[in-house]
Write a protein that binds this ligand. Structure first.
Ligand code: HEM
Length: 339
């Protein structure tokens, strides 16, 4: 894919965010001397992945792209006036991925999970908006500084580290990180059988001006199906992309997109606090994928997703993790595009 004007606009938006991060102290020299939390995070992600790996994402490095469309439900517009929720079908590009910055990580490796999904809705007029989610309901850290602390603790916990290792100490004092690290995350049968979770909250506003806080849930129409441990051990390194190609050759793959609606009293700004099943859920519509994206391996180098690429009717919450994401992604994009 050549770099379209839409992608260039996204690059500028990300660059602007990163610039803001680097200079927000108002001391350019100090910012130059002390790398921002975003830069330190990308440095540590690269280190953990044995990188940097030129041209690859610092996290979610291994992925596969597909294309299709999204059709909104009648209920979607009652929650948000966003263009893609008004009922007209819009094209989508979807990238599925393994966690970590290791470009050749075997798909059934425990570190590949949680997997990622990034959905780009291509709106009329050349604009677009993204959803970027993972296959785990929750996040190990409530702030970008804590997330960096966790990554640094992992990096300092090699085979020679003294007990308790830095990561053991971190998990001991951070229950959400411990829950994230220890939750079973069995490898999926297919990307078509894996549910994904938005984790961060967004504020939806409808045409009448009424607002609710929401979290996405992306539910595979084929159901949640996982490999047994024995089948995981035998899985081919690239089985997820290969299986998706074979499945799409036989027919479309669909996901229902839902949102949970925040209850009064929920902390909408803390992604470590999972919203339980005592929350109202509304179906927003269906994503249907019909093929892998032609030339996807090349396209994914220059394509980048941004959870804060939003449209009127969807606004970010004040979740510090959500607000930090474009800065870190921008650092990664800046290092990988053109490599
Ligand atoms: C402070 C917290 C976070 C940091 C520092 C971080 C960092 C990163 C980085 C550096 C990338 C590579 C971006 C690129 O080169 O295009 C990335 C990609 C990704 N992140 Fe995060 N992330 C954070 C939180 C999250 C959360 C909360 C989710 C999901 C709920 C998430 C899901 C993803 C996914 C799915 C991708 C791959 C996107 C693609 O396919 O291009 N991340 N992240």
């Amino acid at each position: 894919m050549s770099r379209s004007p839409v992608l260039c606009r996204h690059a500028l938006a990300l660059a602007a965010t990163v610039g803001w991060l680097a200079t927000s102290t108002g001391h350019a020299a100090e910012a130059a001397a002390t790398p921002s939390v975003a830069e330190q995070t990308v440095d540590t992600l690269e280190k953990l992945a044995g990188g940097p790996h030129a041209g690859f994402r610092a996290n979610h490095a291994k992925g596969v792209l597909a294309k299709g469309s999204f059709v909104a439900s009648a209920d979607a517009r009652t929650l948000s006036k966003a263009a893609h929720f008004q009922g007209t079908a819009v094209p989508v590009i979807v990238r599925f991925s393994n966690t970590t910055g290791v470009p050749n990580l075997p798909d059934a490796h425990p570190n590949a999970s949680p997997h990622g999904i990034a959905i780009r809705f291509q709106l009329p007029g050349g604009t677009s908006t993204d959803i970027v989610s993972i296959s785990y309901d929750g996040f190990p850290a409530a702030t970008p500084e804590d997330f960096l602390g966790l990554l640094n603790a992992i990096a300092a916990s090699g085979p020679d580290a003294k007990k308790p290792t830095p990561v053991e100490s971190f998990l001991g004092s951070h229950p959400a990180a411990k829950a994230f690290a220890t939750a079973p995350k069995p490898a999926p049968v297919s990307y078509a059988t894996l549910p994904f979770f938005g984790v961060n909250a967004f504020k939806f506003t409808n045409a009448a001006g009424a607002s609710v806080y929401t979290r996405y849930r992306i539910v595979p129409v084929a159901g949640d199906q996982r490999l047994s441990d024995a089948d995981s051990a035998k899985a081919a390194p690239n089985y997820l992309a290969d299986e998706l190609a074979a499945r799409l050759a036989k027919g479309p793959v669909s996901y229902a997109i839902w949102v949970q609606i925040a209850n009064s009293g929920d902390d909408v700004n803390d992604p470590t606090k999972v919203w339980d099943n005592q929350h109202r859920e509304v179906a927003l519509g269906t994503v249907t994928l019909d093929a892998l994206l032609p030339d996807g391996a090349k396209a994914e180098k220059t394509l980048f997703f941004n959870p804060l690429l939003l449209v009127d009717g969807i606004a970010p919450s004040a979740d510090p993790i959500l607000l930090a994401r474009p800065g870190a992604y921008g650092v990664s994009v800046g290092r990988r595009v053109g490599k």
